[in-house]
Design a protein around this ligand. Sequence first.
Ligand SMILES: Nc1nc2c(ncn2[C@@H]2O[C@H](COP(=O)(O)OP(=O)(O)OP(=O)(O)O)[C@@H](O)[C@H]2O)c(=O)[nH]1
Length: 544
Amino acid sequence: AQPAVPFELALLPADVPDQSYQFVRSPQAQTLFHAVPGASILVRGRQARWWRLTALRDIDPGGSPQLVMSHPFLKRMEVWRPGDSLGVRRALYGPDSDLSHSALSHVVPLPQGLRAGESVYLRIRSSSNVVSTLSIEPLAAVYARDGAYNRMRTFFLTALGVVALLSIGFSISLRQRGYSYLAATLLTQVITLAIEGGDFRANPWLSAIATDRRTAILLNTAAVLASVRFLRFFLDLPATQPRVTRALDACSAVLGTLLVVSVFHIWPWTSFFGNGVLLIVIATIVLACVRAIGERRPEAFILLAAWAPLMTVLVVRIGGQAKWWPNYEWLRSAYPWAVTFGGLALLWGFTHQHGAILRSAVRQLSRDRDSARQRAAYDGLTGVLARPAFEDALATAVAGAHASGRPLCAAFIDVDRFKLVNDAYGHAIGDEVLRIVAKRVGNRLRADDCLGRYGGDEMVLLLPNTALVEALRLADQLRQAIVASPFAIDGALIDIDLSLGVAQLRAGEPAVELLKRADSALYASKRNGRGRVSGDEEWTQVAS
Ligand SMILES: Nc1nc2c(ncn2[C@@H]2O[C@H](COP(=O)(O)OP(=O)(O)OP(=O)(O)O)[C@@H](O)[C@H]2O)c(=O)[nH]1
């Protein structure tokens, strides 16, 4: 059976003084190389190291074999074949950058393939502690993987960009600055992913920024600071968990100082120290979320679920850097997944939460609107229809009567000499008189009749399906109900009488005309001595 990895790796110790091609190739150097199991490369320290790759079987030149090194960010690779005058150099950024492949790996062609036992030498320099894997693959396989990788990156960057833009939108439209911290968190991640994805390599100025150690520290620190600010806002921590807030604020102050200092100087312990603070921040965030979940706050659950994968990846990465466990290779691909998952989960959470808030606000609004309508429709003093609502009812009744040809009458009702009641007993008693008139009249109406207050002591009555003669009779009954017994209010007995004016709708007549004629009839009642009902024709007057 063929070995899974068709080559054997060996590493030359770092303290070999001579780094020339001639030396590494010499029999003396060959004895110094020590075998390394598997195909993984981890370069510790910042010096370049020579690796020897020896084919265990013939690697056929057909299919254009390529030597591939994964995770190329911050790693320079030179591949030298004995016999060549110069090695082939690869780096993600800078003059050795190879633009014919994605930033997924460094790729060097092996045009003649390799014969069993033949060696190539790799000089690798790295300022990253992420493990790389070596493989030899046909060119087509390299391109296929590049394509898949680019599609995935497009998904990550688009998703994060969209969530960041939506967060900015939330921040502006809801006037809640907290969401802009989330946008800042996601944008720093987008920039980090773009840098690691080699997106800035075509521009020398951006390349310089991308490969500067300070950039990574600044971006990572800014992301942590922004996400802490977001958490503080999203869980309303200052109000709900003041001690946790103080702890997070202290961590933020330390990280902020580190961020500013890093612009000028980076000590070897800078990232170690920063990672320590980050671990405290993560522990505090988990604590804050768990406590808030205990208080049945769904937003805390959303936040914890969204950030759990990212926090796990960060802890594993920090542990790897601190050598608590190996620097797992899956970390690099897990990171963009975790960030994107976090962004999308929070977006879903917001939509869910704002949807719930929006739905309850809409329900409240429609309740308010209904009760406002209710209040506006009825007169506050008498409880009968207020004038606008009465006019609506009148318009409907007039249209209905015109359409059906059924009779419709309107009657104006006015309390006689009401001013004297007010003057003699006071305004409050006057109010009570109006209430009693409305009540006594209202009690005698039929289901379809409709009573409204038109203003002052004047009310108006709609009598559908009623012809004038019948309406006059009804109006007189109403008047009789008022005059039958004096109003007993606060120990006083007050005699009240009404004047009424009735009119019947004529064919095609608009509502205003009907009211005008009913009003003239009322005026006739007043003119003829009050305490009576008049129709809008002379002959329809009903004397008291
Ligand atoms: N208590 C009370 N008085 C009101 C209210 N609205 C109007 N008024 C009074 O009602 C009186 C209306 O008087 P008018 O209808 O002009 O005259 P009147 O005294 O009723 O005499 P006639 O209508 O000619 O029989 C005025 O004195 C108003 O101040 C109210 O809501 N409450």
